[in-house]
Design a protein. Structure first.
Length: 156
């Protein structure tokens, strides 16, 4: 069997077909890579501008770090509840939970940087507005983003 396979592959017609197939595969790979890389700058330009990561939260006092941790955990819990619960009940509970998160954000000490306070207020407001509109997916993704940003900020 091996002899017949190698002898078949050594035939000029088989070699030509193999070269054509390899050239076509290389061409398709090159075109796919070029398409992917040429669309990347357009996709980045169309994406909304991301806010700079919050820095300095690891240097906050112990009470403020605990409050940020509570906000982070609360945001994750609310996002999960919005994704899993009955819409009416989940929305009512989410509005109450967002009010609690807002109160906790307002209770942060004077040593908390202004950009952190503004970020928290904006994200909580954005999630609250999405819940009021009934856009559970947007509210949930906003809360997950808030949770992730707070988690990352602890390591910076």
């Amino acid at each position: 069997m091996t002899k017949t396979l190698t002898s078949t592959l050594r035939q000029p017609s088989s070699i030509v077909i193999l070269v054509i197939v390899l050239a076509a595969a290389a061409l398709l790979g090159t075109l796919a890579f070029e398409k992917m890389t040429s669309d990347l700058p357009e996709a980045l330009a169309a994406a909304p501008a991301q806010q700079a990561p919050m820095t300095g939260t690891s240097r906050l006092g112990e009470q403020d770090q605990a409050t940020l941790m509570q906000i982070e955990i609360g945001a994750g819990n609310l996002a999960t509840e919005l994704g899993n619960g009955d819409t009416g009940t989940a929305n009512a509970n989410a509005l109450a939970g967002l009010a609690t998160l807002s109160a906790k954000a307002g209770a942060l000490g004077a040593g908390t940087p202004g950009d952190v306070r503004k970020f928290l207020a904006a994200e909580i407001r954005r999630a609250r507005d999405a819940v009021r509109r009934g856009d559970v997916a947007d509210a949930s993704s906003t809360l997950i983003s808030l949770q992730a940003r707070l988690a990352i900020s602890r390591t910076l």
